[in-house]
Ligand binder design. Structure first.
Ligand SMILES: Nc1nc2c(ncn2[C@@H]2O[C@H](COP(=O)(O)OP(=O)(O)OP(=O)(O)O)[C@@H](O)[C@H]2O)c(=O)[nH]1
Ligand SMILES: [Mg+2]
Length: 203
């Protein structure tokens, strides 16, 4: 199993000229505001407070870059990767101008971040497939950007319904071969399949 053994906040940026120079494969976290992107980064790195979280949507406003040292337990293989916390979309109180700023920031990132390897798209397991998430998935397919889905807040539905709900949500989202992983940050469950997915993308 792969583990993230050390993590560092590198910097925040909006424009490509300000992105940190890095040759490491990069994985970015995208999804609606408040879905739990920053929380998932903290969970994976086991560093609460590494990425700033909030119960109010719209906490992350910039692209935040993190450097991770990982280790594969069986083989003792070590290496580096980057994680990027993207600002969330669909935050109701945000005006037209702010939405346009967000759209530009994200599309420049998708276009210009050459080391971008995969996107982790987060969706709330309690909600039906959302138009904005479907649009993002369409963009990823068009640009041929590899991705997986994490269904967050699995602690909010009965345990017996978690797998079934995730599978149904995956269908609604039009997933083909991409996996969907239910995770609960509250109970710290569901992370092993996510780590295994990271491992498969690095080897
Ligand atoms: N119960 C529960 N709460 C969660 C889970 N994941 C995240 N949360 C809560 O959801 C809220 C939003 O989490 P964030 O990680 O800040 O969300 P975000 O997607 O980064 O939001 P933006 O930065 O606004 O885009 C926080 O109050 C978290 O504690 C989870 O698995 N279970
Ligand atoms: Mg955030």
């Amino acid at each position: 199993m792969i583990r993230f053994v050390q993590s560092f906040y590198v910097k925040s940026a909006v424009e490509p000229a300000d992105y940190p120079a890095s040759a490491y494969p990069e994985f970015a976290f995208a999804g609606r505001s408040n879905v739990g992107k920053s929380t998932l980064i903290n969970l994976l790195t086991d560093r609460h407070g590494l990425a700033k979280t909030s119960s109010h949507p719209g906490k992350t406003r910039l692209l935040n870059f993190f450097l991770i040292r990982y280790k594969v337990e069986e083989s003792e293989e070590v290496g580096f990767l980057q994680l990027t916390d993207l600002p969330g979309y669909g935050f109701a109180e945000v005006g037209q101008a702010e939405q346009e700023r967000w759209r530009k920031m994200i599309s420049k990132y998708f276009e210009q971040r050459t080391q971008l390897k995969c996107i982790i798209v987060l969706v709330d397991i309690r909600h039906p497939a959302d138009k904005k998430d479907i649009q993002l998935l369409e963009i990823l397919r068009l640009r041929e950007i590899d991705h997986c889905i994490v269904a967050t807040k699995a602690d909010k539905i009965p345990k017996t319904r978690i797998t079934r709900t995730a599978v149904a949500l995956g269908k609604e989202l039009g997933l083909r071969s991409e996996p969907i992983f239910p995770v609960s940050a509250l109970n710290n469950t569901g992370l092993d399949p996510v780590f295994a997915w990271f491992h498969s993308k690095l080897s």
